[in-house]
Design a protein around this ligand. Sequence first.
Ligand SMILES: Cc1cc2nc3c(=O)[nH]c(=O)nc-3n(C[C@H](O)[C@H](O)[C@H](O)COP(=O)(O)OP(=O)(O)OC[C@H]3O[C@@H](n4cnc5c(N)ncnc54)[C@H](O)[C@@H]3O)c2cc1C
Length: 490
Amino acid sequence: MAKRALIIGGGLGGLFCGAILAKEGLQVTILEKNATIGGGLQSFTRFGEVYDTGMHVVGGLQEGGNIRRLCQWLGIWDKVHVRPIPTECTDRLYFAEDRQYYDIASGKEGFAASLSKHFPRQHDNLKAYVEAMYRICDEMDLFHLRPSTRDIFSHSEEFTMPAGSFIRQYISDERLQQIVAYVNPLYGGRKEVTPAFIHATISVLHINGLSRFAGGSQLFAETLGSVVKEHGGEVISGDGVQRIHTEGRSITGITTRKGKHYAADLYISDIHPCALLPLFDEASALPKAYRTRMQEIPNTYSAFLLYLKLKPEAFRYLDYTGYYVQGYDKVWNPMGSAFLYMTPPEIEQGEFSRKMIIAAPTEWQEVKRWAGTAIGHRSEDYKAWKQRKAEFLLSRMEEMFPRFKDCIEDLDTASPLTIRDYYGAKEGTMFGYAKDCTNMALSQVPVVTKIPNLLLTGQCVNLHGFCGVPLTAINTCEAILGPNHVINKL
Ligand SMILES: Cc1cc2nc3c(=O)[nH]c(=O)nc-3n(C[C@H](O)[C@H](O)[C@H](O)COP(=O)(O)OP(=O)(O)OC[C@H]3O[C@@H](n4cnc5c(N)ncnc54)[C@H](O)[C@@H]3O)c2cc1C
C-alpha cells in the first residue's frame, strides 16, 4: 500500500511537496484553511481585476532555471503562464534625494554595465562583485539541483558574512554600496545581520532573469494542485487543521475546523512553526527547547500593500519592477521611506495597464495595537492609519508620475494584519524567519523534527520565495523518499 502523506497548508511549499510526493506514488492529502489554495500564490478579484497577494516577481523560471526544470519534471511547464521581464531593464530605481533613476539590466555583463554607466570607475569592482555572488551560489548544490551532502559548516567565510560587509569588500564607492543593496526588501534584509548568501541568492536570481505570472499566480497554484489530483491525491480547501493528535512522540491524526478526522503515515507542515505548535493536543510532543527556539527566532518584516484599479488607457503598462527610495542612506532601512510598484501582466497584455500593486516594507509594530481585531471588525483608527499610509505612497508616486492620482479608478489596501490572518504567518512576516549571520544555528530549522512522522517545509525552513520554497520542498520530500531521490531524477 502507498504511504499516506497529509500536508497542512496548501501554499507554495505544501503544493510542491504534494505534487512531488504524489508523482512518486504516495497517497497525498493537502488541507488548506482558506477557501482557495495557494498561500503566497493566492490571487483575489477586486474591482473586476485579478491581483496577486504574495508573488509579484519570480526567479528560477528562465531557460535552464532550477524551478523551470522542476516544473518540467512535474509535467506542468506548458501550463505555466509567465512573462519574462525584459533583460535591458528588470528594475528601475528612483532615488528621491537627487531625483536620479537607475535602470538595472539582467545578465552578468548587463548588470555591471547598467551601473557602471553611473559609476565608470567601479566597472571592474562590479564585475568582481557579481562573480563573488555567483561563487557563493555555487556553494549551494541544491540551488543548482546537484546531489549534495554538504552542510552549513563547510561553506566559505563569505557565505555567512554580513551582507553589508560582503558588498563593501568589492564595491568601494559608498553610494554604489547602497544602490547594489536595493533588492533587500525582497528578503527582509538587515545590513549587518543578514548573511551574504541570502543577498547573493536573491541578486543572482535577478541577474539570471526574472519573470512575472501572467493572468495571476493562482493559476500556478491550481496547476500544482492538479498534479496531486491526477495522481490520485486530494486537495481540500476551506478546512484548516485545528488539532494534531499525538501518542508519545508520534502523530496519530488530525481534526479539522469542520470536525473531520484524518490519519496518515506522514505529516508535513507548510505553515509557520509558530502557527503549528499551538495545534498539538499535547504540547510536550515536541521538546520544550525546540518549542522555545521556534518562538524566539525573529521574523522578517511585513508589508503594507496598495491594490489600484487604473482608469482605461490612463497608465502605460510597465515591464519592470519600480523601486522608490527616499535617500541612499535609506536603502537598508526601507521602513516608511521605500516601496516597490508594478503593473502585473495579463495573459494578453496591451499597451496600458488596468492595475498596479504597491508594496511597502512595514514593521509589525505599526499595527500591533490592533493585533486582537479580526478582518471585517477593525476599528476606525486602523482604517484612518491605512488611509494615511495609502496617501503617503500615492503622493510619492506623483513624484515619479505627475498627476498619478488622476489615473486611479479604485483602490484597496492590505496590512501586516491581513497577511497574518490570510497566511497564518506570525506578525504578518513576508519571508518567514530572519536569518542571522551572528547566530546561524538559531535560524537553521531542519525539515525533520523530533516527531518521526512530522516534517517541515515552507519559507521558514532554508530559503524563502518562489525559488527558495520549492527547493526546500525537494529537501522535505527527499527526507521521505531518500537522499537525492528527486535531484537525481531532475
Ligand atoms: C506581500 C508579499 C509579497 C511577496 N512577494 C514575493 C515575490 O514577489 N516573489 C517571491 O518569490 N516571493 C514573494 N513573497 C514571499 C512568498 O510569497 C513566500 O515566500 C511563499 O509564498 C511562502 O510559501 P509557504 O509555502 O512557506 O507559505 P504560504 O504560501 O503562506 O502557505 C502556507 C499556507 O498554509 C495555510 N494554513 C495556515 N494555517 C493552516 C492550518 N491550520 N490548516 C491548513 N492550512 C493552513 C495558509 O492559508 C497558506 O495557504 C511575498 C510575500 C508577501 C507576504
